[in-house]
Design a protein around this ligand. Structure first.
Ligand SMILES: [Zn+2]
Ligand SMILES: [Zn+2]
Length: 141
């Protein structure tokens, strides 16, 4: 928002009617006192901008005023468009590799044991599940 202060502007044919709508009267070419909040949006008069989000004050031309400071705009944009940063499914650590759902240590821990796609294959190939089961034994006898 714009801090309410009194500044001087010069009336010209373009802005006279605009300022008249706020009750300011004066002759063409006359300097009048107006509130910064009443300046035209394209005014180059310096005003104090107070960030709507963090309250930071900055002096700038009225035409350059954006309700929030640059930093808050960026934060707001990130909030609006940024996907939440991926975190590890198990320990909530932030992931650097976006194609995984677990951090490396958790991933390694996860694939050990029955979650390992190869888990049990070794066992299946042993004993009676092995199509060759028994053959070797016979051959060896
Ligand atoms: Zn701010
Ligand atoms: Zn983890």
């Amino acid at each position: 928002m714009i801090k309410e202060e009194i500044v001087q502007i010069r009336l010209n044919p373009a802005n006279r009617k605009y300022y008249a709508s706020f009750g300011y009267t004066g002759e063409m070419g006359e300097f009048i006192d107006v509130l910064t909040t009443h300046l035209t949006k394209s005014s180059e008069t310096m005003v104090t901008r107070v960030c709507d989000s963090c309250g930071e004050e900055k002096v700038m031309q009225r035409k350059s005023v954006f309700p929030s400071c640059q930093r808050c705009v960026v934060i707001a944009q990130n909030k609006a468009t940024g996907k939440p940063k991926p975190t590890c499914k198990d320990c909530d650590k932030q992931l650097t590799n976006h194609n995984t759902i677990r951090c490396k240590p958790c991933h390694n821990a996860f694939i050990v044991g029955e979650n390992n796609p190869n888990f049990g294959n070794g066992d299946k190939m042993k004993g009676e599940n092995n199509p060759n089961f028994g053959k070797r034994g016979k051959d060896c006898e």
